[in-house]
Design a protein around this ligand. Sequence first.
Ligand SMILES: [Zn+2]
Length: 277
Amino acid sequence: MTFGDLVLTPLWDGSFKLDGGAMFGVVPKPLWEKRAPADDRNRIRMGLRPLLVQGEKTMLIDAGIGGKMDAKSTDIYAIDRARNIDHSLADAGLSRESVDIVLATHLHFDHAGGFTSRDSAGNLSPAFPRSRYVVRTAEWDDAAHPNERNRASYLKENFVPLADAGVLDLVAGDASIMANVRVVRTGGHTRHHQIVVIESGNETAVFVADLIPTAAHLDEAWIMGYDLYPMETLAFKRAFLREAIEREYLIFFEHDPEIAAGYIREVNGRKQVERVI
Ligand SMILES: [Zn+2]
C-alpha cells in the first residue's frame, strides 16, 4: 500500500503456534479462546509478518522466524513456512538483495530468526547480503547476556553472526533510522523492546511488534505471560491505545493470523480493529 511518500508491504514468513495461556497472561481461557481458538496442545495460531518499508531506502522491520529451527522446535512451535518471506518478497518484485536495512524491534527468535541463514556446511551468515542490521544497543546487551527466564527466546545463532560479519549498527535510544522512520522504546515485553513509528505527510503508521501482538490483544489487561515487565507493558499500552485511537494511527500487527493492518476504533466502549489489509 502507498502511504504518503512511502510504500508499506506486510510480508509473510509463515505461521507458528504458541501456548494460548502464555499468550494471554492472566486472562482465563474461557475468555481468550473465543478470540483465539486453541488446538489439542492448547496452542493458538499466529502469523509472522515482517514489514517492508520502501522510502529513502528499502527497510525490513523484523524478519520472521527464519529457516534454522530443528525438527523438535519446528514441532513444538508448529512452524509452517510453506509460504515464507522469499515468496512475499518475490510477490513485491524484490529479493533479499533488495533490502538495505533490517531493523529489529527486539531479538526474540520469532522476530530475528530470519536475520541469519545456515548453509549446508553449517556456517551462519547474514540472510540479507547487502543489508546493514540495526539493533537497539541495550536490547543487544540483554540478548547477549541472557538469564534463565529469557534464554529460550534469545538464540545466539540469530544475531551474533551479524557482529562477526561487521554488518551490525547498534543505535542507542529513540532514534530516527531513516527518513520518515523512528523507533520508540516500550519496554515491557523485553526491557528494551521498541515499536517503529512511520510518518509521512500528516499520516502515522506504527509497527507495534509484541506490544499488541494480535488484534485479540487490544484490551489493556490482555498482556502476554511472556512479558518480562508486564506493568510496564500496561502503562505504555494504555497511553498508546488512547493516542492511536485519537490520532487514527494505522497499526501493523506482526502476529495476527488474519489481520495485517488496521485502525483501532472504540465502539460503545469496546476496542476493535477496522481492517485495512
Ligand atoms: Zn513475537
